[in-house]
Structures are given as C-alpha cells and as structure tokens.
Write a protein that binds this ligand. Structure first.
Ligand code: AMP
Length: 215
C-alpha cells in the first residue's frame, strides 16, 4: 500500500500513521519526524531546517525532497509506505509523482483528515509529549492521569511541548497549511486519488474510516 495522509497540523496524521504501520507493516515516513531528528542530532541539514521550523514555516523543497528520495530508496519502503506530512505543497507533490513513476510504484490513495480550524488549534496548543517514550497526550482532551507526567514513565520524565506547538507558531503553521498545502486537495481530487475522512471522532473510529476509505 502506498498512501499519503494529508491534513492540517493537529489533524491526527501521526497517530493514524502509527496505527496503519502496525496494521499493514509498512513504514511511516514523516518529514516532520525526520527533520526533528536532524535538529536533535545537530546535523548540517538540521541546523539549516531549524529556523524555518521554529517559525512555523516550511523547510525548503530541495532539503525535504532530498530526505524523501533517500528514505524511499531504502528496502523497507519497497513493500509500501505511509507518507505523513509530505507532500506539503504542489511542487513537492509533482516531484513525488515523478519519483514514484520512475520507480513504477505510483500512489494508490491520498487520505484527507478533515477537521475544523478551532479544534485543530486546541489539539496543537494542548499537545504534550513524554520526553522518554514519545507518547502523545493532550491537556484538554487526553490528559495523563497524573497530569504532570506520563502514566507509564513516571515523574522523573517530563511532558514536553514541541517548540512549534506554542500558540504564536501554531497560527503561522495553520496559515501555511491553508495557503500552501490545501491546494493539494484539488490536485489529488483531479488525480482521482483523494478520500476524505472526518477526523473529529475518537482515534479508533477515525482509523476504521481510513481503512474503509482505502479498502
Ligand atoms: P510536522 O511534524 O509534520 O507538523 O512538521 C513540523 C515542521 O517541519 C513543519 O512546520 C515544517 O517546518 C517542517 N516540515 C515537515 N514536513 C515538511 C515538508 N513536507 N515540507 C516542508 N517543511 C516540512
């Protein structure tokens, strides 16, 4: 299966990708995760990407496409993949199409996780991540039992907020989504690939609807 999960920041792409990867045993390829890893390791690419990320802007296409090209060439992607957070604009989508056609492995579906902007804002500003296990909580909708720390990892490990989940950066990220990423809805509709799923439901219900949409 070769799919793209499309949706604004906070629509649940990361969570749903994790479920898809467990169900279908194909890798989740998240450009956001790859970039955060590069930032944490302070690689040249990471240092270059950090300033755009901190401002909620897109990292330049050349950097992101280089990362994707390398990741898709790894053996585990031959059986399929879930693209999460990529493509983010029309030039990236066109480059992806060229890349996949050259490999003879075109996309099979693009799933749009559809969610109201007000809900997105709350999801992002409330998101907290366990620094140890990476589990994602939300202080408004899915708080850990102990509030200040992850249920499993205990009080010695903090819950952290992504720097780009601060309110002023969220607004910028949502603007960028509207201006640059949303045009992909029309692009993939025209290509006959788009499936729309209502993302304002609990995680398992959304997952079931994704499965139906790609069946
Ligand atoms: P995400 O975790 O997908 O919300 O991505 C976090 C940040 O990484 C974004 O706000 C961008 O700065 C950067 N980023 C992730 N994916 C892309 C992409 N496909 N193109 C450009 N920048 C990206």
């Amino acid at each position: 299966m070769r799919i793209v999960l499309l949706g604004a920041p906070g629509s649940g792409k990361g969570t749903q990708s994790q479920l898809l990867l467990k169900a279908f045993l194909i890798p989740q390829i998240s450009t956001g995760d790859l970039l955060r890893e590069a930032v944490a390791k302070r690689t040249e690419l990471g240092l270059k990407a950090k300033s755009a990320m901190d401002l909620g802007k897109l990292v330049d296409d050349e950097t992101v496409l280089g990362m994707i090209r390398e990741r898709l060439s790894r053996p585990d992607a031959a059986a399929g993949f879930i693209l999460d957070g990529f493509p983010r604009n029309i030039p990236q989508a066109e480059a992806l199409q060229t890349m996949l056609c050259a490999l003879g492995r075109p996309l099979q579906a693009v799933v749009l996780l559809n969610l109201d902007l007000g809900i997105l804002f709350k999801r992002l500003s409330g998101r907290r991540i366990c620094e140890k296990c990476g589990r994602v909580f939300n202080i408004y909708t899915a708080a850990p039992a102990a509030l200040a720390h992850c249920d499993e990892c205990g009080p010695e490990h903090k819950l952290i907020q992504r720097p780009d989940d601060k309110e002023e950066v969220i607004a910028k990220r949502l603007d960028v989504y509207e201006a640059q990423t949303k045009p992909l809805v029309a692009y993939y509709t025209a290509a006959g690939l788009l499936r729309v799923v209502d993302a304002d439901a609990d995680v398992n219900a959304v997952f079931n609807n994704i499965q139906k949409a790609i069946a």
